[in-house]
Design a protein around this ligand. Structure first.
Ligand code: HEC
Length: 704
């Protein structure tokens, strides 16, 4: 490996901050192996030892051509017990396939950071492992005894080459562990601070050239068939003005590496990086912090920070932890149909897609050629931009653009599902990437428009008085899911597994819930298809990751559906009005969904189910039988026992009542519901349903 490949120095000698100095004696005992220590005489015969240390700046980025390496030195204090089993702990962003990265500790030789060699921590393995749902992974790797020594050690990471999409990864944290204890003291690690970054080039002409390249340089991509030219420019796949790279604080180094990935020179990469650094736009994000990741108090921060999300630390390790937020101090008062559950601040166990996963792998102009470029789907975007530029007053501009937004959304759904663009019968990797990228491209452009024109802070423009404090127009995030893009699982969609497709679908639904949960306009399945999401919660938590509970997430969607349909003020008189099915508690006792409750005590299951059933009934019973008839939800002549149990209002009620009782929902509530539904379906044998008993959720004496 030539030295020319060494990417950057990550280690530099630095004095230990005074605040971190140990007491003098402990310091002498513990730190006498420190390199570069300087002994200074003091008065009174004492000596003051000034300690220097090799600090390691995190993240350690490794990006560029195959064989690129980054090295760091760390020190293990003398006297450290190294007798326990030795492991390397790693936290890595953008590790997406097995052959991507290797690590070497001292003379260990290269160790592939691959599924076979590592133990993934937390839920990462359950959600698809390397190349699966999580794009930042924590893991440990066994090292042979004797790999590290007290004193100075070296760790080296290498990028083994692209899969056609990835240009590198970043090590957010590492440590050596003996018997589970960290060997490298935390003060050796410092966090890189993007606000200290400078332009690699400072002349106005280099910055201007960087902008020109961003918008117009001819690019290539590496493929298995060699380097291929593409039509798209940086500004087509990213935000038009480059602000996304600034907003999420991609380093100069990663920008240069990515420019070279696309066939530009190192100098041109530096010019682009200098252009990005020169942008006067907010920069609260990091590449590994998923955009809009929900977390407590996020709404209290300025809206400019919203897209940076609440950070990886807001991702829950366990679905059950979400209950403390859903039901603070055990109170379910916030579940009321007339309350508002804030999905922007409700932490979840999903890592939402990071910015790299928002970016389209193939621009539609390369994926679909003139079919895209000559479509309204392409040209409407410029109309939106023109309208948004028509006034410096964001409210006026947003109003002016609403019609164009609407047209663009319609053109988008026609593009994706229109007869001109049939779906492949057997999918190739390139086709998966191209089709999936269509929805991603819309998401990136929506982000761009929201940021550039300050739209996400003024949702009252499209939604009026019922708008939330922040939000997006449309259902573009929902539509970005591979499910909505009709892309089958397989290579080109993460690591190709069914788990990955389910995870991505659910993750985009969650982004939708955060960006536009209904805003008082929820109708039928727009903007969130509340009835649909449950199927993906089931896919992920019952089929793909059957050992993880998922019931809290299911509750979030139920409560949101109940509240959003209620907030509209429309009654079930309309077939697109208040929705007794999407809001129904039946899913909580449906045997297909039962594994979501995994590990929950029977008492908790009963009390949570009771709380939601009560909240639902309070609102459902506001409406009259006549209103349900008029909206087509029910017919007076129907026998509910003969209706399908999971997709009809009457069938659901018939199915759920005995089951609710059987899991412990108290009789006064179920009796009240039975009395009420008897007014809607007078032909139902409700006495039978009320006396039915269940041997399991699978079998009750009421049938089904
Ligand atoms: C075809 C669409 C497309 C074009 C054109 C494009 N990018 Fe990207 N870019 C992406 C995708 C997709 C990723 C995410 C890669 C990954 O997942 O590792 C990305 C990632 C990046 C990253 C982050 C990589 C990292 O370190 O994680 C940078 C920086 C970047 N692009 C800069 C550029 C620059 C500069 C240009 C123009 C020279 C450009 N891109 C052109 C789609 C594009």
């Amino acid at each position: 490996m030539s030295l020319g490949c060494v990417s950057q120095a990550t280690t530099r000698a630095q004095e230990i901050p005074r605040s971190n100095w140990p007491t003098a004696d402990a310091m002498c005992a513990k730190y006498d192996d420190v390199r570069n220590s300087a002994v200074e005489p003091c008065s009174g015969g004492f000596r003051r030892v000034r300690h220097f240390w090799n600090t390691i700046t995190l993240p350690i980025e490794v990006a560029g051509p195959a064989g690129t390496i980054s090295t760091a030195s760390f020190t293990i204090p003398r006297g450290t017990n190294l007798s326990g089993a030795l492991q390397l702990y790693l936290q890595i962003h953008n590790l997406k396939y097995d052959a991507e990265a290797s690590v070497e500790v001292n003379n260990s030789g290269w160790l592939p950071i691959s599924t076979a060699n590592v133990t993934l921590l937390g839920n990462a393995a359950a959600f698809g492992g390397i190349g699966g749902g999580f794009h930042t992974l924590q893991m440990t790797m066994n090292l042979p005894p004797g790999t590290v020594v007290p004193g100075n050690n070296t760790i080296t990471f290498t990028f083994n080459g692209t899969d056609g999409v990835v240009s590198g990864y970043r090590v957010l944290a590492f440590n050596l562990q003996s018997g589970g204890t960290n060997l490298v003291p935390s003060y050796q690690f410092v966090k890189d601070d993007p606000n200290t970054w400078r332009s690699p080039l400072t002349s106005a002409s280099d910055i201007a050239e960087g902008q020109t390249l961003w918008q117009g340089a001819s690019l290539t991509v590496p493929t298995s068939a060699g380097t291929q030219p593409i039509q798209a420019h940086c500004s087509d796949c990213h935000s038009i003005d480059g602000r996304d790279l600034k907003y999420f604080n991609y380093s100069n180094y990663s920008i240069q590496a990515r420019a070279m990935f696309h066939g530009l020179s190192a100098q041109q990469g530096d010019q682009i990086a200098s252009f990005i650094r020169s942008l006067n736009v907010p920069n609260p994000g990091r590449p590994w912090n998923p955009p809009y990741q929900p977390g407590p108090s996020l709404d209290s921060q300025p809206v400019e920070n919203w897209a940076a999300g609440a950070g990886l630390s807001a991702v829950l390790d366990n679905d059950r932890d979400m209950l403390t937020y859903l039901a603070p101090n055990g109170s379910t008062a916030g579940w009321a149909a007339t309350a508002y559950l804030n999905a922007r601040e409700m932490p979840v166990e999903l890592q939402l897609p990071d910015w790299n996963s928002w970016l389209p792998q193939v621009h539609p102009m390369d994926g679909f050629g003139a079919f895209f470029t000559s479509s309204a789907f392409n040209t409407d975007l410029s109309l939106i931009r023109t309208a948004l530029q028509s006034s410096t007053n964001p409210t006026v501009a947003y109003n002016a653009a609403l019609g164009d937004f609407h047209n663009w959304f319609v053109a988008g759904s026609q593009f994706a599902t229109g007869p001109e663009l049939p779906l492949p019968t057997t999918w190739t990797q390139a086709q998966r990437e191209a089709y999936y990228s269509v929805g991603l491209w819309v998401q990136v452009k929506m982000w761009e428009l929201n940021q550039m024109y300050g739209l996400e802070g003024i949702p009252q423009v499209p939604f009026g008085a019922k708008a939330d404090s922040r939000g997006w127009l449309g259902s573009t995030a929902f539509d970005a899911s591979p499910n909505m893009q009709h892309v089958a699982a397989g290579p080109g969609l993460g690591n190709g597994t069914a788990t990955e497709r389910d995870y991505l679908s659910l993750a985009w639904y969650q982004v939708q819930l955060i960006l536009n949960d209904g805003q008082g306009q929820q109708s039928d399945h727009e903007p969130v298809d509340y009835g649909y999401v449950g199927g993906f919660i089931k896919n992920l938590f019952v089929i793909d990751a059957p050992n993880l509970p998922g019931i809290s997430l299911q509750f979030e969607y139920l409560i949101k559906a109940l509240q959003e349909f209620t907030q509209t003020g429309t009654s079930p008189e309309s077939p697109t009005g208040w929705h007794p099915i999407d809001t129904s508690p039946a899913v909580l006792v449906d045997f297909n969904w039962a594994p979501l409750w995994w590990g929950t005590s029977a008492a908790t299951e009963a009390s949570l189910t009771t709380a939601y059933t009560q909240a639902w009934f309070n609102q459902a019973s506001v409406y009259s039988a006549a209103q349900y008839y008029q909206g087509g939800w029910a017919k007076a002549t129907d026998n509910p026992a003969a209706l399908f149990y999971s997709t009809t209002f009457g069938g659901q009620v018939w199915y759920m009542l005995p089951r609710l009782r059987s899991i412990g929902v108290p009789a006064p509530l179920t009796t009240q519901i039975a009395a009420w539904v008897a007014t809607i379906w007078p032909n139902g044998n409700w006495a039978l349903d009320e006396s039915a008993t269940c041997t399991s959720l699978l079998q009750c004496t009421s049938g089904y």
